[in-house]
Write a protein that binds this ligand. Structure first.
Ligand SMILES: Nc1ncnc2c1ncn2[C@@H]1O[C@H](COP(=O)(O)OP(=O)(O)O)[C@@H](O)[C@H]1O
Ligand SMILES: [Mg+2]
Length: 249
């Protein structure tokens, strides 16, 4: 699934934080989105998924039929249903649901979600229930039928809640922040399997550049709200602007 952004801007109280003239995302398997703190990376993901209302501009989804659909008339839950799903940079609280129920809830279409769905989860089909069990076997929580306790468990649950929705384009905002190294590796392995199987494409925001170079076949460099360079990892590594503005040299 491919997205194009045109003249996409976001300002807060008149102060511009994002200004993307023309860019495409989601056409390269696993892509990276890198840049200094405050560059506008999270704001960009927010605008692409309609969680944040852009000030101007358009985001279009290139359909399988080649006809682009503007997302600007849609709400974020509708955009998620179209297959564009994002994780959160900040740790989310799932205080009212157990880990397993939280995954069941994520897998339930949002028009069927209400307080009853937690107690009437039987309608969730067996295949989904099995998939949740497989995920929980693969990613061990201290108690899957209890609540996510640590920051790491909450972060992982946020990621798995997105995976269970079967995104077509999966946007990950700093997945390693707060996750132990080995869990990060496992998450990346899961993501790679799904990308290799042609089930989804991914874009990852990450400060861990080793993870970016290792996993991404294309990288966008964002600084002060604009994409200043993009290309294959080797080209990005060698780029003078990226080095000056980000690599701390
Ligand atoms: N809700 C908000 N209100 C005002 N300013 C914001 C808000 N969210 C983000 N910003 C500002 O927008 C800029 C980009 O932020 P962000 O997208 O979070 O950057 P990044 O994810 O690249 O670190 C920063 O200067 C930040 O302070
Ligand atoms: Mg951010």
């Amino acid at each position: 699934m491919k997205l194009s952004a045109t003249n996409l801007t976001k300002s807060y109280t008149g102060h511009p934080v994002l200004d993307i003239q023309n860019a495409s995302f989601g056409g390269h398997g696993i892509e990276g989105l890198i840049g200094p703190n405050g560059a506008g990376k999270s704001t960009l993901l927010g605008c692409l998924t309609r969680r944040i209302q852009a000030t101007t501009g358009d985001v279009r989804l290139d359909g399988d039929d080649g006809v682009p659909t503007s997302l600007m008339g849609y709400q974020s839950y509708e955009v998620a249903r179209m297959g564009l799903v994002k994780t959160n940079q900040r740790i989310q609280n799932f205080d009212s649901l157990t880990i397993r129920d939280s995954l069941r809830m994520a897998a339930t279409p949002s028009d069927k979600q209400d307080w009853r769905s937690v107690w009437t989860l039987a309608p969730i089909d067996d295949a989904l229930e099995a998939e949740i069990a497989t995920l929980l076997a693969r990613f061990p929580f201290s108690d899957p039928d209890g609540y996510a306790m640590s920051g790491g468990e909450k972060k992982l649950l946020d990621i798995l809640r997105c995976v269970i929705v079967k995104p077509k384009l999966f946007l990950m905002d700093e997945p390693t922040a707060g996750l132990p190294d080995e869990i990060t590796q496992d998450v990346m392995k899961l993501v790679r399997e799904k990308v290799d199987a042609g089930e989804m494409t991914v874009m990852i925001i990450e400060h861990d550049l080793d993870l970016i170079w290792k996993n991404c076949s294309y990288v966008h460099f964002l600084s002060e709200g604009s994409i200043l360079f993009e290309g294959k990892p080797d080209a990005v590594k060698k780029n003078r602007v990226v080095a000056e503005k980000y690599m701390g040299v």
